[in-house]
Design a protein around this ligand. Structure first.
Ligand code: PLP
Length: 372
């Protein structure tokens, strides 16, 4: 890439130090053919360091391996940590492409600002994911199996127990060959309504992609699993009535008149790139989309009356997944009148999006970035 300064005076050149003993080709092929989700990791990682006064420096691609941090590192105590999630797709010609990576770079920047961390220049974020996809290109599954999931993240690495923004950060990118996120297909996911725990409050960190939001969601997630559910749907923290989002996915409602509704980005919801893409693709197709509030009571009533037909969750990991059932301690209802397996609007939007991501359909918004 061009030799722009990283943050002041450093250059953005990446040192590439290949893994001295990469995974053997046959072992890798076996792992990539049936990867599951989040357990198969590639041979390399990106690391970039930040030091106050010096800026971002020491960008490198190197063997993926455990690393040492001091027990007094700030992240271990005060959870100054953010992350991103995006995918590299196999293209029909055997190359690779990423979907809207500049939107991830922008969101990472915004998350860093919310968490008082040093923002990584967006150009550096983009170059880092490109570098890793290039080096670990053989780990990208074929399009029928899955994708290469990229996980950029940043931790506060200063050794200091005082409470203040860290003066040092480590930015890293790891990559994982992945299949589909939810096992099995057919029926949609069952979601558990969290009664006690909320995900985010006004003025909090709900719009930042930080690990702390997930830590706070895990008790409700465990409760969901104990109750036979796949995911949690969180309600607003004030009235406990309005639907916000799932633990890691945004949600859309499809009505009988063909229109879509999704909760608004009011600061307590993560601004999903899949969410934004669906809004744009739906509007391209002449579908009316509203960003507005919707309560659990309205959801139950509209599903019963037939006004609400389909409900789906969306995010990079699971793309678009129908929500089949809603459950809470009092009982359960079918999420939309079209049934537990979703419906035609969900299916059509999913196909439209996946075809663009996989390079099988025209890309009217210029969302697909070829890597090689
Ligand atoms: C990442 C995430 C999403 C989905 O965002 P995408 O950009 O579509 O992957 C939704 N909700 C939460 C809480 C998230 O962390």
């Amino acid at each position: 890439m061009e030799d722009k300064p990283m943050d002041g005076h450093q250059s953005t050149r990446f040192d590439v130090v290949p893994h001295p003993a990469p995974t053997a080709a046959d072992a890798r092929a076996a792992m990539v053919a049936n990867p599951g989700f989040g357990r198969v990791f590639t041979d390399h990682m990106v690391v970039i360091n930040y030091t106050e006064g010096r800026g971002w420096h020491s960008a490198r691609v190197e063997a993926r391996k455990p690393f040492l941090i001091d027990p007094a590192s700030a992240v271990l105590h005060y959870a100054q940590e953010i992350f991103e999630g995006l995918k590299a797709y196999r293209t029909p010609s055997g190359g690779a492409a990423m979907f809207r990576p500049e939107a991830n770079a922008r969101r990472f920047h915004n998350s860093a600002e919310r968490m008082a961390m040093a923002p990584l220049p967006e150009s550096l974020f983009l170059e880092s994911v490109r570098q890793l996809v290039q080096v670990d290109r053989d780990w990208i599954p074929s399009a029928d199996v899955g994708t290469l999931y990229l996980r950029p993240f940043m931790i506060a690495s200063e050794t200091f127990l005082g409470v203040k923004p860290s003066a040092e950060y480590m930015y890293m990118v790891i990559a994982s060959s992945v299949g589909s996120y939810f096992k099995g297909g057919g029926d949609g996911v069952t979601v558990w309504v969290s009664q006690h725990d909320t995900r985010a409050a006004s003025g909090g960190t709900g719009a930042a992609k930080c690990g702390g939001n997930y830590a706070a969601s895990l008790r409700a997630q465990a409760e969901a699993v104990r109750n036979g559910c796949d995911q949690v749907v969180f309600l607003d923290a004030v009235e406990r009535r309005r639907v916000e989002e799932l633990g890691g996915m945004n949600v859309f409602f499809v009505f009988q008149d063909g229109s879509l509704l999704t909760p608004p980005l009011d600061g307590t919801i993560l601004p999903g790139i899949t969410r934004d893409s669906i809004i744009k693709l739906a509007r391209d197709a002449g579908i009316a989309v509203r960003e507005g509030q919707y309560t659990l009571d309205e959801w139950r009533a509209d599903a019963a009356s037939g006004k609400l037909q389909e409900v789906f969750a969306c995010g990079t990991a699971a793309v678009i997944t129908p929500i089949g059932r809603i459950r809470n301690p009092e009982g359960e209802f079918v999420a939309g009148a079209a049934g537990t397996a979703g419906g035609p609007v969900t299916q059509r939007l999913r196909k439209t999006l996946v075809d663009i991501q996989q390079g099988k359909a025209a890309d009217p918004h210029g969302w697909v970035h070829t890597v090689f």
